[in-house]
Design a protein around this ligand. Structure first.
Ligand SMILES: C[S@@+](CC[C@H](N)C(=O)[O-])C[C@H]1O[C@@H](n2cnc3c(N)ncnc32)[C@H](O)[C@@H]1O
Length: 255
C-alpha cells in the first residue's frame, strides 16, 4: 500500500470495491429504466459502469494510473465475452501472465529492465582490487548478473527472482557461468549479510521495508544501490545520474 494515499484501504481492495459499486449502480439504473419500460442498450450500461468505476476510484483515492484500468475493465470483459473465444485462450493467457508477472500485483513491482549504462555504472562501483559478492533483488531475466559476471570473473553475482518464467530464462542463461547464479524465491527471504553490493530496481512500494531489512542485515561498509526509487526520509550517501535514454538515477547508500 502506498504511503501517499490518505486512505489506508489496500489498493486492490479499493479497486475491487469501486468495480463492485459501479456494477451495482449500473444494474440499479438498468432495472429502474426497465421498470419504466425503457430497455437501455448494453453500451449505455457499460458506459455508465465505466464512469461510475472511475468516480468511485477517485473517491477511494486510487492512484491516477488506476483510472484508465478501472474505466476499461468491464467494457473489456464484455468485449472478450462478445468474441466468444474458447475458454482455453483465457486460461492460457492467465497462466502466461502469472508466469511472467507473478510479483507485480502482490509486490506492486512492475517488470522493466536496467539499461546498459546502469550495468556499466554498477561494474564501476565494484571495488577493483578484491573479489566482491553482488546480489540483484528481483533479477528479472538475469541480465545484470550475466554482464557483471562476464566482466569480473574474480567475483560472485547472485540474483533472486520470484516470477517463474523469468527465473527459468535466467537460470538457463546463467547455468554455464561459474560465478553467477539465480535463485527462485522472494527477495524477502534472502539474507543480505554476505553481499558487498545489493542492487534493487523495484518500485517506491517496498523501499521502506527494504531499507529496514538492509540496515538489519548488511555489513558496515557494504552498498545498497537503488535504481530510481528512494527511501522516504533517507538521503542517499551518493547519487549517480546516468546519461541513458531513461535518465537513470542510482541512489547509493553506504551502510
Ligand atoms: C523492475 S524489474 C528489475 C529486473 C532486473 N533487476 C533489472 O534491473 O533489469 C523487478 C523484478 O523484481 C521481481 N520481483 C518483484 N518482487 C519480487 C520479490 N518479492 N522477490 C523476488 N523478485 C521480485 C519482478 O518479477 C521483476 O522481475
Amino acid at each position: 500500500m502506498s504511503t501517499d494515499r490518505p486512505m489506508r484501504m489496500p489498493v486492490r481492495s479499493a479497486a475491487l470495491l469501486a468495480q463492485a459499486g459501479a456494477v451495482l449502480l449500473a444494474w440499479l439504473i438498468f432495472e429502474t429504466a426497465a421498470f419504466f419500460g425503457l430497455l437501455l442498450p448494453l453500451w449505455a450500461i457499460a458506459a455508465t459502469q465505466s464512469a461510475a468505476a472511475v468516480l468511485l476510484s477517485r473517491l477511494l483515492h486510487l492512484p491516477v494510473w488506476w483510472l484508465p484500468v478501472q474505466a476499461l475493465f468491464i467494457p473489456a470483459v464484455l468485449f472478450a465475452l462478445h468474441l466468444d473465444l474458447p475458454s482455453g485462450y483465457f486460461l492460457t493467457g492467465f497462466v502466461l501472465f502469472w508466469l511472467i508477472f507473478r510479483s507485480n500485483a502482490r509486490e506492486r513491482v512492475p517488470l522493466y529492465f536496467s539499461t546498459q549504462a546502469t550495468a556499466e555504472a554498477l561494474l564501476a562501483l565494484l571495488p577493483p582490487n578484491r573479489p566482491v559478492a553482488f546480489l540483484d533483488l528481483g533479477s528479472g531475466l538475469g541480465g545484470l548478473p550475466a554482464y557483471l559476471a562476464a566482466h569480473r570473473p574474480d567475483s560472485v553475482f547472485h540474483g533472486v527472482e520470484s516470477a517463474p518464467a523469468l527465473f527459468g530464462i535466467s537460470w538457463l542463461r546463467l547455468r554455464k557461468r561459474a560465478n553467477a547464479q539465480v535463485r527462485y524465491g522472494s527477495l524477502w527471504q534472502e539474507n543480505l549479510a554476505p553481499y558487498d553490493l545489493v542492487y534493487a530496481f523495484l518500485s517506491p512500494e517496498p523501499m521502506p521495508e527494504l531499507w529496514r531489512k538492509a540496515k538489519a542485515e548488511m555489513r558496515p561498509g557494504s552498498l545498497l544501490v537503488s535504481n530510481s526509487f528512494s527511501v522516504p526520509g533517507m538521503t542517499p550517501t551518493r547519487t549517480l545520474s546516468l546519461n541513458d535514454p531513461r535518465r537513470t538515477r542510482l541512489l547509493i547508500w553506504t551502510l
